[in-house]
Ligand binder design. Structure first.
Ligand code: CUA
Length: 276
Protein backbone atom coordinates (compact mmCIF):
# COMPACT_ATOMS: atom_id res chain seq x y z
CA UNK A 1 0.00 0.00 0.00
CA UNK A 2 0.92 3.66 -0.40
CA UNK A 3 1.14 4.30 3.33
CA UNK A 4 1.02 1.56 5.93
CA UNK A 5 -1.18 1.55 9.02
CA UNK A 6 2.01 1.69 11.10
CA UNK A 7 3.08 4.92 9.42
CA UNK A 8 -0.34 6.47 10.00
CA UNK A 9 -0.24 5.42 13.64
CA UNK A 10 3.19 6.97 14.11
CA UNK A 11 2.04 10.24 12.52
CA UNK A 12 -0.99 10.30 14.85
CA UNK A 13 1.16 9.61 17.90
CA UNK A 14 3.69 12.21 16.84
CA UNK A 15 0.94 14.86 16.67
CA UNK A 16 -0.44 13.64 19.96
CA UNK A 17 2.92 13.92 21.73
CA UNK A 18 3.61 17.36 20.28
CA UNK A 19 0.15 18.45 21.41
CA UNK A 20 0.54 17.10 24.92
CA UNK A 21 3.99 18.65 25.17
CA UNK A 22 2.61 22.04 24.11
CA UNK A 23 -0.59 21.97 26.12
CA UNK A 24 0.41 19.52 28.83
CA UNK A 25 -0.18 19.99 32.49
CA UNK A 26 3.48 20.14 33.47
CA UNK A 27 3.95 22.60 36.34
CA UNK A 28 4.47 26.09 35.03
CA UNK A 29 7.33 28.24 36.20
CA UNK A 30 5.62 31.47 35.26
CA UNK A 31 3.08 33.15 37.48
CA UNK A 32 -0.59 32.69 36.78
CA UNK A 33 -2.03 35.29 34.50
CA UNK A 34 -5.74 35.58 34.96
CA UNK A 35 -6.39 38.08 32.22
CA UNK A 36 -6.26 37.82 28.46
CA UNK A 37 -2.80 38.36 26.96
CA UNK A 38 -1.88 40.04 23.67
CA UNK A 39 -1.93 37.49 20.82
CA UNK A 40 -3.22 34.80 23.13
CA UNK A 41 -4.38 31.63 21.40
CA UNK A 42 -4.95 29.11 24.20
CA UNK A 43 -7.03 29.22 27.34
CA UNK A 44 -6.40 31.31 30.41
CA UNK A 45 -5.23 29.36 33.44
CA UNK A 46 -8.17 27.65 35.12
CA UNK A 47 -9.14 28.69 38.64
CA UNK A 48 -12.15 26.45 39.11
CA UNK A 49 -12.73 22.70 38.71
CA UNK A 50 -15.25 23.62 36.02
CA UNK A 51 -12.74 25.47 33.85
CA UNK A 52 -10.27 22.62 34.32
CA UNK A 53 -13.02 20.30 33.07
CA UNK A 54 -13.66 22.49 30.04
CA UNK A 55 -9.96 22.51 29.14
CA UNK A 56 -9.67 18.74 29.61
CA UNK A 57 -12.70 18.17 27.37
CA UNK A 58 -11.17 20.44 24.73
CA UNK A 59 -7.96 18.42 24.77
CA UNK A 60 -9.87 15.12 24.69
CA UNK A 61 -11.83 16.17 21.63
CA UNK A 62 -8.71 17.57 20.00
CA UNK A 63 -7.22 14.06 19.98
CA UNK A 64 -10.17 12.78 17.92
CA UNK A 65 -9.82 15.77 15.66
CA UNK A 66 -6.17 14.99 14.96
CA UNK A 67 -6.87 11.31 14.31
CA UNK A 68 -9.65 12.20 11.84
CA UNK A 69 -7.50 14.86 10.17
CA UNK A 70 -4.61 12.45 9.60
CA UNK A 71 -6.93 9.65 8.45
CA UNK A 72 -8.81 11.81 5.95
CA UNK A 73 -5.60 13.28 4.54
CA UNK A 74 -4.24 9.77 4.18
CA UNK A 75 -7.32 8.55 2.28
CA UNK A 76 -7.22 11.62 0.07
CA UNK A 77 -3.54 11.21 -0.78
CA UNK A 78 -4.02 7.48 -1.42
CA UNK A 79 -6.97 8.07 -3.72
CA UNK A 80 -5.12 10.74 -5.68
CA UNK A 81 -2.12 8.47 -6.05
CA UNK A 82 -3.78 5.20 -6.99
CA UNK A 83 -6.59 6.50 -9.15
CA UNK A 84 -4.82 9.14 -11.16
CA UNK A 85 -5.38 8.87 -14.88
CA UNK A 86 -1.96 7.46 -15.76
CA UNK A 87 -2.31 4.52 -13.41
CA UNK A 88 -6.01 3.89 -13.76
CA UNK A 89 -7.38 5.23 -17.00
CA UNK A 90 -10.47 2.97 -17.12
CA UNK A 91 -12.57 3.56 -14.02
CA UNK A 92 -14.39 0.69 -12.36
CA UNK A 93 -18.14 0.97 -11.86
CA UNK A 94 -18.60 0.05 -8.20
CA UNK A 95 -21.86 1.30 -6.66
CA UNK A 96 -22.14 -0.93 -3.60
CA UNK A 97 -19.92 -2.24 -0.85
CA UNK A 98 -21.88 -3.46 2.13
CA UNK A 99 -18.87 -4.04 4.38
CA UNK A 100 -17.33 -0.63 3.85
CA UNK A 101 -20.72 1.03 4.26
CA UNK A 102 -21.25 -0.69 7.60
CA UNK A 103 -17.76 0.33 8.71
CA UNK A 104 -18.06 3.97 7.71
CA UNK A 105 -21.39 4.24 9.45
CA UNK A 106 -20.46 2.52 12.71
CA UNK A 107 -17.03 4.10 13.26
CA UNK A 108 -18.11 7.75 13.11
CA UNK A 109 -21.02 6.99 15.44
CA UNK A 110 -18.63 5.34 17.89
CA UNK A 111 -16.39 8.41 17.74
CA UNK A 112 -19.40 10.66 18.33
CA UNK A 113 -20.32 8.54 21.34
CA UNK A 114 -16.82 8.87 22.78
CA UNK A 115 -17.12 12.64 22.38
CA UNK A 116 -20.69 12.87 23.65
CA UNK A 117 -20.22 11.00 26.94
CA UNK A 118 -17.63 13.32 28.56
CA UNK A 119 -19.32 16.31 26.92
CA UNK A 120 -22.72 15.61 28.50
CA UNK A 121 -21.11 14.77 31.84
CA UNK A 122 -19.47 18.19 31.85
CA UNK A 123 -22.58 19.97 30.60
CA UNK A 124 -24.80 18.60 33.33
CA UNK A 125 -22.25 19.15 36.08
CA UNK A 126 -21.98 22.80 34.99
CA UNK A 127 -25.73 23.15 35.38
CA UNK A 128 -25.62 21.70 38.88
CA UNK A 129 -26.90 24.12 41.51
CA UNK A 130 -25.22 24.20 44.91
CA UNK A 131 -27.99 24.01 47.48
CA UNK A 132 -26.13 25.66 50.32
CA UNK A 133 -23.66 28.20 48.97
CA UNK A 134 -21.35 29.99 51.39
CA UNK A 135 -22.10 33.27 49.71
CA UNK A 136 -24.62 34.76 47.30
CA UNK A 137 -23.76 37.74 45.13
CA UNK A 138 -26.19 39.53 42.89
CA UNK A 139 -24.62 40.99 39.75
CA UNK A 140 -26.78 43.56 37.99
CA UNK A 141 -25.82 44.78 34.53
CA UNK A 142 -26.31 48.42 33.66
CA UNK A 143 -25.45 50.50 30.63
CA UNK A 144 -22.46 50.46 31.21
CA UNK A 145 -21.28 49.18 34.54
CA UNK A 146 -22.03 46.40 36.99
CA UNK A 147 -23.69 46.67 40.37
CA UNK A 148 -22.97 44.04 43.00
CA UNK A 149 -25.16 43.23 45.97
CA UNK A 150 -23.97 41.11 48.87
CA UNK A 151 -27.38 40.59 50.44
CA UNK A 152 -26.00 38.02 52.93
CA UNK A 153 -24.66 40.96 54.92
CA UNK A 154 -26.99 43.69 56.09
CA UNK A 155 -26.73 46.58 58.50
CA UNK A 156 -29.12 47.00 61.43
CA UNK A 157 -31.67 48.77 59.22
CA UNK A 158 -31.67 46.05 56.53
CA UNK A 159 -29.31 47.90 54.20
CA UNK A 160 -27.22 45.34 52.30
CA UNK A 161 -23.64 45.69 51.10
CA UNK A 162 -23.83 47.01 47.55
CA UNK A 163 -21.57 48.94 45.22
CA UNK A 164 -21.15 49.92 41.58
CA UNK A 165 -18.16 48.69 39.64
CA UNK A 166 -16.96 51.02 36.88
CA UNK A 167 -14.07 50.56 34.49
CA UNK A 168 -10.98 52.61 35.31
CA UNK A 169 -10.58 54.94 32.34
CA UNK A 170 -7.29 55.08 30.51
CA UNK A 171 -6.26 58.43 32.03
CA UNK A 172 -6.75 57.19 35.59
CA UNK A 173 -4.81 53.92 35.31
CA UNK A 174 -2.14 53.27 37.90
CA UNK A 175 1.07 51.55 36.78
CA UNK A 176 0.44 47.82 36.38
CA UNK A 177 -3.30 48.13 36.00
CA UNK A 178 -4.74 46.57 32.89
CA UNK A 179 -6.23 48.86 30.26
CA UNK A 180 -9.97 48.29 29.61
CA UNK A 181 -10.00 45.57 32.26
CA UNK A 182 -9.47 47.20 35.64
CA UNK A 183 -12.43 48.42 37.70
CA UNK A 184 -12.70 50.79 40.63
CA UNK A 185 -14.53 48.36 42.93
CA UNK A 186 -13.70 44.69 42.55
CA UNK A 187 -15.91 41.77 43.47
CA UNK A 188 -14.17 40.22 46.48
CA UNK A 189 -14.85 36.56 47.22
CA UNK A 190 -13.34 33.98 49.57
CA UNK A 191 -11.25 31.23 47.99
CA UNK A 192 -12.33 27.56 48.22
CA UNK A 193 -15.96 28.43 48.91
CA UNK A 194 -19.13 27.67 47.03
CA UNK A 195 -20.32 30.94 45.56
CA UNK A 196 -23.68 31.59 43.98
CA UNK A 197 -23.97 34.49 41.58
CA UNK A 198 -27.42 35.74 40.64
CA UNK A 199 -27.14 37.59 37.34
CA UNK A 200 -29.70 40.07 36.07
CA UNK A 201 -29.94 43.36 34.24
CA UNK A 202 -31.58 46.71 34.84
CA UNK A 203 -31.82 47.76 31.18
CA UNK A 204 -30.67 45.63 28.22
CA UNK A 205 -29.00 42.25 27.78
CA UNK A 206 -25.53 41.98 29.27
CA UNK A 207 -23.45 38.91 30.06
CA UNK A 208 -21.32 38.22 33.10
CA UNK A 209 -18.34 36.30 31.78
CA UNK A 210 -15.12 35.24 33.46
CA UNK A 211 -12.84 33.01 31.33
CA UNK A 212 -10.57 31.61 34.05
CA UNK A 213 -13.59 30.60 36.12
CA UNK A 214 -15.28 28.94 33.13
CA UNK A 215 -18.35 31.08 33.67
CA UNK A 216 -20.57 33.01 31.29
CA UNK A 217 -24.11 33.95 32.19
CA UNK A 218 -26.57 36.20 30.39
CA UNK A 219 -27.97 39.15 32.31
CA UNK A 220 -31.59 39.45 31.23
CA UNK A 221 -33.86 42.27 32.43
CA UNK A 222 -36.72 40.97 34.55
CA UNK A 223 -35.13 37.59 35.01
CA UNK A 224 -32.73 36.05 37.52
CA UNK A 225 -30.08 33.73 36.12
CA UNK A 226 -27.97 31.72 38.45
CA UNK A 227 -24.46 30.32 38.35
CA UNK A 228 -22.34 28.59 40.91
CA UNK A 229 -18.59 28.64 41.10
CA UNK A 230 -15.80 27.45 43.34
CA UNK A 231 -12.48 29.28 43.02
CA UNK A 232 -9.74 27.01 44.28
CA UNK A 233 -6.96 29.59 44.66
CA UNK A 234 -6.31 33.21 45.43
CA UNK A 235 -5.96 35.60 42.53
CA UNK A 236 -7.38 38.47 40.55
CA UNK A 237 -9.53 37.38 37.64
CA UNK A 238 -10.52 39.57 34.72
CA UNK A 239 -13.59 39.21 32.55
CA UNK A 240 -15.80 41.33 30.34
CA UNK A 241 -19.41 41.90 29.47
CA UNK A 242 -20.06 39.41 26.71
CA UNK A 243 -23.32 40.47 25.17
CA UNK A 244 -23.48 43.48 22.84
CA UNK A 245 -25.22 46.05 25.02
CA UNK A 246 -24.58 49.41 23.39
CA UNK A 247 -21.80 51.87 22.68
CA UNK A 248 -19.85 51.17 25.87
CA UNK A 249 -20.22 47.39 25.75
CA UNK A 250 -16.45 47.08 25.61
CA UNK A 251 -15.99 49.25 28.67
CA UNK A 252 -17.81 47.39 31.44
CA UNK A 253 -15.26 44.78 32.57
CA UNK A 254 -15.57 42.48 35.55
CA UNK A 255 -12.85 41.90 38.14
CA UNK A 256 -13.15 39.14 40.72
CA UNK A 257 -10.62 39.09 43.53
CA UNK A 258 -10.31 35.77 45.30
CA UNK A 259 -8.75 36.16 48.75
CA UNK A 260 -8.21 34.09 51.88
CA UNK A 261 -11.19 33.71 54.22
CA UNK A 262 -9.54 35.96 56.84
CA UNK A 263 -8.95 38.71 54.30
CA UNK A 264 -12.49 38.24 53.07
CA UNK A 265 -14.10 38.65 56.47
CA UNK A 266 -12.12 41.81 57.16
CA UNK A 267 -13.21 43.12 53.74
CA UNK A 268 -16.84 42.39 54.62
CA UNK A 269 -16.61 44.10 57.99
CA UNK A 270 -15.04 47.12 56.29
CA UNK A 271 -17.92 47.18 53.77
CA UNK A 272 -20.43 46.97 56.61
CA UNK A 273 -18.83 49.95 58.32
CA UNK A 274 -19.39 51.97 55.15
CA UNK A 275 -23.13 51.37 55.38
CA UNK A 276 -25.32 54.10 56.86
CU1 CUA B 1 -22.93 45.08 28.98
CU2 CUA B 1 -22.10 44.34 26.87
Amino acid sequence: PFVTIGQVASIVFFFFFVLTALLGRAPKLTAYCDAAEPWQVGFQDPATPMMQGIIDLHHDIFLFLLIILVFVLWILARALWHFRQKRNSVPQRIVHGTTIEVIWTIFPSLILMFIAIPSFALLYSMDEIVVNPALTIKAIGHQWYWTYEYSDYTSSDEESVTFDSYMVSEDDLDPGQLRLLEVDDRVVVPESSHIRVIVTSADVLHSWAMPSLGVKCDAVPGRLNQLTTFIDREGVFYGQCSEICGTNHGFMPIVVESVSREAYSSWVSHQLQLLP
